[in-house]
Design a protein. Structure first.
Lengths: 376, 386
C-alpha cells in the first residue's frame, strides 16, 4: 500500500525582533488549517494526528496538551514525538501502513519562549558533561573541529556552504531569511564557539509546518499527483563523545544504507534529484554528504561546487531554522518542488527527493538521523 | 495486516531507586525483558523510548540512556522518543505496535523509564504543564484535577462515594502485596484510610498514587517472530487512543465521556460486544481512587454513576469475577511515563499466564488503560491469548 503527501501548510515565521508572535499552538492551528484548506479537506476527514514537540523547548510540560486540539485532533487518535519532526512523519506513515487509518495530519511548531542553547545544558548528564557546561551548540562545535582536524578542512569551505545555502534562500519565497551571505561575510563574523562563527550558526525562528498524508486511494481523491513516501529510515548513535567517531555521521550512514539497499539506489547522485539536508553547521553539511555517499570520506568539500546536484533549494537551516520543525519544513519544500508549486525557486525534473532529519538536542551525543525518500 | 504480539516483559523494582542511575534503571528492565524471551539486544530491530523529562530532573534522558538501549554499538539502532504525559507508557505500546503492524520491523522494544525521586515535588513539576496565564497561579496539578472529578462525582451521583474510594484504596494496596515489583505494599484498614489526611478535598493521602522510580520494557513482535519465540504470546486484538481538549472547565468531568468513546472503538476492533463478560482482568490507570470507579463506567463495565456497585458486590477485587489491577495499579506504583506501559506489561503477563503470585485464573482477554494530560488523553489496549 502506498502512502503519499497530498498537502502542506505553513504558519508565518517569526524571530525575536517581531513582537506579534503567536503561541506555538496558534501557529499549529494556522499551518494545519492552511494545509487542509488547500485541498478542501476538514479535520473530520482526518483519522490520525501526529505532532512533534520537545517539551523542553516548548517551555511547557506535555506540550501537546495544547497542540492536539489546535491541529484538529479533538476526540481523534493523536500523539506526539519528541524528536526532529521527520520522525513524526515517519510515525504517521507507519500508522497508515498498518492499514488501520487512511489520512493523517503531521504538525510541528517551534516556540521562542526558551533560549535553546541554555536550555540544552540540562540535557547533559550531571556528572561528566554538565560541569563542562555542554550544550547542543558546543557539542556540534566539537564535532566540527574533529572533522576539520581529521580531514584538514579550511573554514573557507564551510563559508562557501553558507553562501550556497543563502543564495538558494534568496530565491525561495518561503525562506525566513532571504539575505545572501558571502564567504567574506562569514569569515569576518565573530567566533561564537570555535570553530563556529556567528554566520555559520542557524538562528531559531518560531513557526509551524503541517503535512497531510493519505493512503493511495484517498490521496488521489484530494490530489491528482500525490508525492509518495518511497521509504523511510532512522538511526540513533551512542552518547559518550570519547567512545564514538566524531568526524563521521555513522547513524546517517546506516540510515542511508538501509534506504539505498531497499530502493536499489546504486548511485545517489544520479538516482536522486533533490536533497534537503539539515545543515546544523556547514561542517555538518559536508559530513552529511559523506554519510549519504555523495562523495568519499573527508571529501565533502568536493560537492560544494558541484552544480549538477540540487541541495537545499529551500535555503537550508541557516535561512529557516525551526529547530525540531525543520524536518517537516524540508519535506514540505521538497513536496512543493516535486509538485511544481515551488514558485520563484522551482526547478525542473524533480522526480525523487531525499530529506534528512536531524535530532541534535544533545549536540554530538546521541544524534538521531532520519531519511524520508519521496518520489512522484 | 499482520498480527502483533507481546513476547517478553521486563519489570524493575520500584520505589526510591537511589541504588541505580537512570541508565542502569533502563538497562535493568531491558535486560530482564530480553532474558525472558531469550533474545539479545542485537535481535531488537528498533526501540521506542518514553519518559516525561521534567520528572527526572534532567532533559532528554533518552540521549544518555541510549547506551542501555543498544544504540552505542557502532551500528546504532532506530530509536523514537514519545512524550504524551501520563499516557506516555501506553503511547509507547501503541507506537511499538505500529512499528510492527506497518511491516517495517519484526521485533521492537518499548521502554518506559522514570525516576520521580530526582525532583523535589512532582505536583510542582505538573504545574508547569497547565496554562501559564489562567491555571498556573492556582497551583493546579494532577491531584487537583482528580479532586475536581471526585467532588463532581460526589455531588452528581453518590454522596458517600468516599466509602467506595476507601474500598479501592484498600484493594489495590493489598493486591500490591502479591506483586514483587510494586512500590507501596500496604495492608491497610478502613480506619487507616479515614485517618489519612486530606491532600485536596475530597482526596486523602491514601486516595493518591505514590511518586516512584521504575522502568518497564516490553517486546513486541510480528506473528512470524512471536510464534517462533513464544509458546503463549499475548496477542493484541484491539487498541486506540483519544485526545480531548485541554479546557476541563467546559467538560462534564463526573463522567469520562472521552474514554467511553474510545472504549467503544477499541472493543469494536477487538470484536468484544460485552466487555463485562468477555474481559477477564483489567489493568486500569487508577492514579486516584475516584478514577478507577469512573473508569469502570466509561469502559462499560458499569452504568454511568454506578461504578461503585462493582465494589459493593466485590466484582473487582482479586477473587472477584472481573479483577481490576491485581498488580496494585498506579495507586501502588507510579513511575509516571512507565506506568501506562506497566499496565500493558501486567495485562500481557496475565494473558501469558506468567503473573506468578498475582496471576488470575483462566485469563483469556485482558485490557490495559492509561490516561494523561488535563484529563484529556486515554489509551486502551485489548490483549488475548488467541
Amino acid at each position: 500500500m502506498k502512502v503519499g503527501i497530498i498537502s502542506v501548510g505553513f504558519s508565518d515565521f517569526y524571530d525575536k525582533s517581531i513582537n506579534e508572535r503567536k503561541t506555538y499552538y496558534e501557529n499549529s492551528f494556522i499551518a494545519t488549517k492552511r494545509a487542509l484548506d488547500e485541498i478542501g479537506m476538514n479535520r473530520g476527514d482526518v483519522d490520525v494526528f501526529v505532532e512533534s514537540s520537545i517539551d523542553l523547548f516548548a517551555g511547557r510540560l506535555i506540550s501537546n496538551m495544547y497542540t492536539c486540539t489546535a491541529v484538529g485532533g479533538y476526540l481523534k487518535d493523536e500523539t506526539n514525538t519528541a524528536e526532529d519532526s521527520t520522525l513524526a512523519l515517519i510515525y504517521a506513515y507507519m500508522k497508515l501502513k498498518s492499514g488501520l487509518f487512511d489520512v493523517a495530519v503531521v504538525n510541528s511548531s517551534t516556540s521562542l519562549d526558551v533560549d535553546y542553547v541554555h536550555a540544552s545544558t540540562t540535557i547533559f548528564d550531571p556528572f561528566i558533561y554538565r560541569p563542562l557546561s555542554m550544550n547542543y551548540l558546543s557539542g556540534l562545535a566539537i564535532q566540527a573541529s574533529s572533522y576539520m582536524k581529521s580531514f584538514k578542512i579550511k573554514e573557507e569551505l564551510a563559508a562557501k556552504i553558507v553562501e550556497s545555502n543563502t543564495e538558494n534562500a534568496s530565491k525561495n519565497p518561503r525562506a525566513f531569511k532571504k539575505k545572501k551571505i558571502t564567504v567574506s561575510d562569514v569569515i569576518k563574523s565573530e567566533y561564537v564557539i570555535w570553530p563556529l562563527r556567528e554566520l555559520m550558526i542557524p538562528e531559531v525562528v518560531s513557526g509551524s509546518v503541517s503535512l497531510v498524508i493519505a493512503t493511495e486511494n484517498i490521496a488521489k481523491r484530494y490530489n491528482d499527483a500525490p508525492i509518495w513516501i518511497e521509504d523511510v529510515a532512522w538511526f540513533s548513535d551512542g552518547y559518550y563523545l570519547g567512545s564514538k567517531r566524531l568526524d563521521f555521521l555513522t547513524a546517517l550512514f546506516n540510515a542511508a544504507n538501509k534506504v539505498y539497499d531497499k530502493c536499489n539506489i546504486m548511485n545517489p547522485k544520479k538516482d536522486i534529484d533533490l536533497f534537503e539536508l539539515s545543515d546544523v553547521t556547514p561542517y555538518h553539511q559536508m559530513m552529511i554528504y559523506e554519510a549519504l555517499k555523495l562523495t568519499e570520506l573527508g571529501k565533502g568539500y568536493e560537492i560544494i561546487n558541484n552544480d549538477s546536484l540540487r541541495i537545499n533549494l529551500s535555503g537550508g537551516n541557516i535561512s529557516t531554522y525551526l529547530f525540531q520543525a525543520t524536518g517537516l519544513f524540508k519535506v514540505a519544500e521538497a513536496f512543493l518542488q516535486m509538485s511544481n508549486k515551488a514558485g520563484n525557486n522551482q526547478v525542473e525534473k524533480a522526480e525523487r527527493a531525499l530529506i534528512h532529519g536531524f535530532t541534535h538536542v544533545a549536540g554530538a551525543s546521541t544524534q538521531t538521523h532520519s531519511i524520508v525518500l519521496l518520489s512522484k | 495486516m499482520d498480527k502483533v504480539a507481546i513476547i517478553g516483559v521486563g519489570l524493575t523494582k520500584t520505589g526510591r531507586r537511589n541504588d541505580v542511575s537512570h541508565q542502569e534503571l533502563a538497562f535493568e528492565a531491558i535486560k530482564t525483558a530480553l532474558k525472558n524471551c531469550e533474545l539479545d539486544i542485537d535481535d531488537i530491530d528498533a526501540v521506542v523510548y518514553g519518559t516525561m523529562d521534567n520528572f527526572d530532573g534532567i532533559s532528554s534522558p533518552e540521549r544518555f540512556d541510549s547506551i542501555a538501549l543498544g544504540c552505542g554499538r557502532g551500528r546504532g539502532k532506530p530509536m523514537m522518543k514519545i512524550t504524551t504525559g501520563g499516557t506516555t507508557g501506553m503511547s509507547l505500546a501503541l507506537t511499538a505496535y505500529y512499528h510492527v503492524a506497518s511491516g517495517l520491523y519484526d521485533t521492537v522494544l518499548a521502554i518506559g523509564v522514570q525516576k520521580v525521586s530526582e525532583n523535589v515535588e512532582a505536583q510542582q513539576v505538573l504545574n508547569t504543564a497547565v496554562d501559564p496565564i489562567l491555571d498556573k497561579t492556582f497551583g493546579l496539578g494532577a491531584i487537583h484535577a482528580a479532586a475536581f472529578q471526585a467532588s463532581r462525582y460526589r455531588s452528581t451521583y453518590k454522596s458517600n462515594i468516599e466509602d467506595y474510594m476507601c474500598n479501592v484504596a484498600i484493594i489495590n494496596r493489598k493486591n500490591a502485596l502479591r506483586n514483587p515489583f510494586a512500590h507501596l505494599k500496604l495492608n491497610i484498614t478502613d480506619d487507616d484510610y479515614y485517618s489519612s489526611p486530606y491532600l485536596v478535598w475530597p482526596l486523602r493521602l491514601l486516595d493518591s498514587c505514590p511518586s516512584s522510580d521504575g522502568a518497564v520494557a516490553v517486546i513486541f513482535a510480528s506473528s512470524k517472530v512471536a510464534k517462533r519465540l513464544s509458546e503463549n504470546p499475548a496477542w493484541i486484538k484491539g487498541l486506540g487512543y483519544i485526545s480531548d481538549s485541554y479546557w476541563w472547565g467546559t467538560k462534564p468531568i463526573e463522567f469520562w465521556d472521552n474514554l467511553a468513546i474510545l472504549a467503544k472503538r477499541v472493543f469494536k476492533m477487538a470484536k468484544i460486544s460485552n466487555p463485562f463478560k468477555e474481559i477477564n482482568v483489567a489493568e486500569l490507570y487508577n492514579a486516584f481512587t475516584i478514577q478507577e470507579i469512573m473508569e469502570y463506567e466509561a469502559i462499560g463495565l458499569a452504568k454511568k454513576g454506578q461504578g461503585w456497585k462493582l465494589l459493593d458486590e466485590g466484582i473487582t477485587c482479586f477473587h472477584g469475577s472481573l479483577p481490576v489491577c491485581p498488580s496494585g495499579g498506579v495507586l501502588s506504583t507510579n513511575p509516571i511515563a512507565a506506568s501506562g506501559l506497566i499496565r500493558v506489561a501486567e495485562a500481557a503477563l496475565q494473558v501469558m499466564g506468567k503473573a506468578e503470585g498475582r496471576q488470575i485464573d483462566g485469563v483469556k482477554n485482558a485490557i490495559a488503560h492509561a490516561w494523561g494530560g488535563a484529563l484529556q488523553f486515554h489509551g486502551l489496549m485489548v490483549l488475548s491469548n488467541e
